[in-house]
Design a protein around this ligand. Structure first.
Ligand SMILES: [Zn+2]
Length: 919
């Protein structure tokens, strides 16, 4: 329990009160409604008949779990939006917190799939006259942001989405040009009804109605004050988004599921054929209770004193599965780690194999290999955590490999159970414990730090308007695309086609310095090599999103059609920006930047708030950060629907301009030395606090972007290589950039002296200390170098550990981890076969050839047999290639040594000790 939470007397009415009150409101309003409408006759016989009609047309699969929503339903969380192909209707899933059930509400507005076109209605009718699924046309008006004109369009309606697009002869192929024809139907349904996944909705007379959370007047007033004086569009955005940020985040009832499958030696169970028995299934629920459903065909006695979880025994596999399906269906949210590709796929195929009735199998397999649940939603954490945006921006790169073990270890400090045996050798008690632990880790990945992951997912899902199912499986450019599509639709703006943007806005005009890039990227100021005392690093707060905002960058504002805007040129490019309309991405990115920087970021750390308020603010600011960090890059990536290279190019050019002007000002006006600069920061030598203040003010006046102090270095060492430095802050913390020793798969033998050197350098207080430190570092490294010569090391210290990212047969190149994996298979024919996710440890050796084998490899490498590594299990000290190890030590340390002026050849190798001559 947090100290602050205990001390909170409630005098400061905060978010927590607001949440409780608004929940109270919801409850109260439900009660009053029941009183008003609450005669039992409302659920008359007529309606029950209708109920049955509906059920008959439901898909057979998993139908036992589906609860159709009644005509009236108290406020419930919108957890999902889907399309029912059989019914030809969109539906939403609502989780009702009162009875903890999930209800399915089918569209009652007769919403239909459609596309838009400039082709005239009569011509459309001619083209589609023989199409059975064609319903008709409507005339609609849209605003086209690309040319700032209102246009009239024909809206072509069909009975189902496949008629519009997705088949070989769908309407979008026949009617050209067609607009908005590539958007998946359930997403269209969300936009047209302005639905927000994760918010409260109620059903009143079979209509879906959003239930607004009550906002605290004080909070609202303070936030509006931040945006005072900004455009009307921005103020509307504030109004639109406040309910999304402040509506209570549902504490969704949930469970995790993890399965174990009987496996024979050397065979990895194949989820597509599911030929082996499911021997146990672990389920952990939100009360952190774990139950393992275990197959015990021979009714062996289980020693309960050896297990820590609940157990349910089954002598029939089919009964076990049915019980598991029933249990799962009680939850609106079911979590797996890799359920899409393994656990659920296996359970689904195994259930079919055992001839379990379709109506109790809860899985829906999609064409894109995702697995949804009929009733609740399926969150596959493997797919969520592997997103680079999540790994880097939400979790600060805490984990490198996306495995359950590594996530558990780094985020939860909880590892998988380890034992020397393989899964088929475990006794029942061991199996139960092992399986239970996996289910627990899977669950806790969503519950640690007060449910941080679930809350982050729900908040991002609200902002981007993507259902959790889709959101957790899509890449960040798709999130941003969906978010922007929604914002177009609710403004009645035509969603532009990528080809139209490219045709009108043209290409890039600066030359790329990095090969493969389409335009010139970030600036790097030449580093002034050497050791510098008292250095400030100043950086621009979210520079790229800030530029998008302050310079009005968007696909429609760049290179606009107005003659008079052409004077508003962008530095170093041939582009200009519109001065007559506000760009939609500028507006959206600007809004989330401002609300993050000016409101949520500080509140996430504000000790005067309750812990709950801080956590929620932190969830919001992290969600916004994830989006902001991607907001610039997407415009330069052609898999983004609003791809517009001139926007990305201009953002980069303006960022370079900001840095160069700041450098110029610092040197010319303040007379200070700028030592280095990269992307959004500059290193200034010995500024006074007044200097720093002046720079901050100047930056705000010149660019409307904040310049802040990132680090104050007691001293900092720059090498003449870019992006390569280290500094010791005034608090003694080492900051290391780009140096080899930091990399996680550097072997211990080289990493340890690197860390030792950093430790020595952290204690340095003045230039005299530094000379002593250098002596000590030289000694340390020389000692290691000599030990290597004498082979005085353990093999483990040299191991490089890598997780296989693909199956063996999927490798196209003869990589070192693959070489090691192949050797393991050859030498341990009875061992577990390395595959995706297996951790391989190997050491570098002199080149040698491996014996021939019959392991299936991709054609490109099937003849490769020359290896330069050995798996640690097979290696001896005599295999170690000493010059290579020395090279490794050198490459790990040389950059660090460079920065403090130690020469490798002179100081480390120059005076060879007598010993090393004889080794
Ligand atoms: Zn213009």
């Amino acid at each position: 329990m947090n100290q602050n939470n205990k001390d909170d007397t409630g005098a400061n009415k905060g978010l927590m009160d607001f949440i409780q009150e608004s929940q109270q409101d919801v409850l109260e309003s439900n009660y009053s409604e029941t009183e008003e409408n609450g005669n039992d006759d409302d659920f008359s016989d007529d309606e029950e008949e209708e109920f049955e009609d509906y059920e008959q047309i439901l898909e057979e699969k998993g139908k036992d779990y589906v609860l159709l929503a009644p005509e009236n339903l108290s406020a419930s969380y919108l957890i999902d939006v889907k399309y029912d192909g059989k019914n030809e209707k969109a539906y939403v899933k609502l989780f009702n917190p009162d009875d903890e059930k999930v209800y399915r509400w089918y569209d009652s507005t007769n919403h239909l799939p459609y596309l838009l076109t400039t082709v005239k209605k009569t011509d459309v009718e001619h083209i589609l006259k023989n199409e059975k699924e064609y319903i008709g046309c409507e005339l609609v008006k849209r605003y086209n942001r690309l040319n700032q004109k209102n246009i009239s369009l024909t809206k072509v309606l069909a009975t189902n989405p496949l008629a519009i697009g997705g088949r070989s002869k769908s309407y979008r192929e026949k009617i050209k040009p067609s607009f908005e024809a590539n958007i998946r139907y359930h997403l269209n349904y969300i936009y047209d009804n302005a639905l927000v996944p994760g918010l409260f909705y109620e059903i009143v007379d079979n209509k879906l109605i959003r239930k607004e959370p009550r906002l605290q007047d004080e909070v609202k007033k303070n936030i509006m004050a931040i945006f005072e004086g900004q455009s009307k569009e921005i103020l509307e955005l504030v109004e639109q988004y406040l309910p999304l940020f402040f509506a209570p985040i549902p504490s969704l009832k949930r469970c995790s599921v993890d399965i174990e499958v009987e496996s024979e030696k050397n065979k990895i169970p194949d989820p597509n054929t599911a030929t082996q028995k499911v021997i146990s299934v672990g389920i952990t629920n939100e009360k952190q209770q774990t139950c393992v459903y275990v197959l015990n065909e021979n009714k062996k006695p289980i020693d309960r004193s050896k297990i820590t979880v609940d157990v349910k025994e089954f002598d029939k596999e089919s009964e076990l599965l049915i019980e598991v399906f029933k249990e799962m269906s009680r939850y609106p949210l079911v979590i797996t780690f890799n359920g899409d590709s393994f656990d659920f796929l296996y359970l689904n195929n195994r259930a079919k194999k055992l001839s379990i009735e379709e109506s109790v199998i809860p899985f829906v397999l999609t064409r894109t290999q995702d697995i949804y649940l009929v009733n609740g939603i399926h969150l596959d954490l493997y797919r969520f955590f592997r997103q680079p945006a999540i790994r880097i921006y939400a979790f600060g790169g805490a984990y490198e490999r996306n495995t359950l073990d590594e996530l558990g270890r780094t985020l939860l400090n909880k590892e998988k159970l380890k034992h020397d045996k393989d899964i088929w050798e475990l006794n029942l008690e061991e199996l139960i414990e092992y399986n239970g632990r996996d289910a627990e880790i899977t669950f806790e990945l969503t519950s640690f730090k007060n449910n941080q992951v679930i809350e982050l997912i729900i908040m991002l899902s609200r902002i981007t308007k993507m259902p959790i199912d889709d959101f957790t499986r899509a890449s960040i450019s798709i999130w941003i695309q969906n978010w922007m599509y929604f914002e177009h639709r609710i403004r009645n703006n035509l969603i532009p086609r990528q080809e139209d943007i490219l045709r009108l806005k043209g290409d890039t005009s600066t030359e790329a310095i990095i090969k493969g890039k389409k335009y010139q990227g970030a600036i790097v100021i030449e580093p002034q090599a050497g050791v510098w005392w008292n250095v400030y690093t100043l950086d621009f707060a979210s520079l790229y999103p800030s530029i998008i905002k302050t310079r009005n960058l968007s696909y429609e504002t760049i290179n606009c059609s107005h003659q008079e805007c052409k004077k508003n040129k962008i530095h170093e490019t041939k582009h200009w920006i519109c001065e007559k309309q506000v760009g939609i991405s500028s507006m959206l990115v600007g809004f989330i930047r401002d609300i993050r920087v000016y409101w949520f970021k500080d509140r996430a750390k504000d000790q005067s708030l309750t812990e709950r308020e801080r956590t929620q603010s932190n969830v919001i600011q992290s969600s916004l950060k994830v989006l902001l960090n991607a907001s610039y890059g997407v415009f330069g990536s052609d898999n983004f629907a609003l791809y517009c290279p001139p926007v990305a190019e201009s953002t980069a050019a303006l960022a370079r301009e900001a840095i160069s002007k700041t450098k110029q000002y610092t040197e010319e006006k303040l007379g200070l030395k700028v030592l280095y600069g990269d992307t959004d920061s500059i290193f200034v030598h010995k500024p006074t606090p007044e200097n720093v203040k002046e720079l901050e003010k100047w930056s705000m006046d010149t660019f409307q972007i904040e310049l802040g102090t990132d680090y104050i270095f007691r001293y900092c060492c720059l090498s003449d290589r870019k992006k390569n430095y280290f500094g010791i802050t005034t608090k003694g913390t080492p900051i290391v950039k780009g140096l080899m020793g930091k990399k996680k798969n550097t072997p211990e033998l080289a990493k340890k002296p690197f860390e030792k050197a950093l430790k020595i350098l952290s204690d340095v207080q003045n230039p005299d200390d530094l000379d002593n430190a250098k002596e000590r570092i030289i000694k340390t490294i020389k000692r290691v170098n000599q030990k290597i010569s004498k082979r005085e090391f353990e093999l483990e210290e040299l191991a490089i550990s890598v997780t296989l990212s693909k199956k063996i047969e999927q490798y196209d190149s003869w990589t070192q981890p693959l070489q090691a994996a192949i050797q393991l298979i050859i030498n341990f024919p009875d061992g577990e076969k390395p595959t995706v996710g297996s951790l391989i440890s190997f050491i570098k050796t002199k080149p040698f050839k491996i014996q021939s084998h019959d392991i299936k490899l991709s054609d490109k490498i099937s003849k490769s047999n020359e290896c330069s590594v050995k798996p640690i299990q097979l290696a001896n000290k005599s295999d170690v290639d000493i010059p290579k190890v020395k090279e490794l030590l050198k490459s790990t340390l040389i950059q660090l040594l460079d920065t403090i002026g130690i020469s490798w050849s002179e100081s480390i190798e120059g005076q060879k000790s007598l010993d090393s001559w004889f080794s």
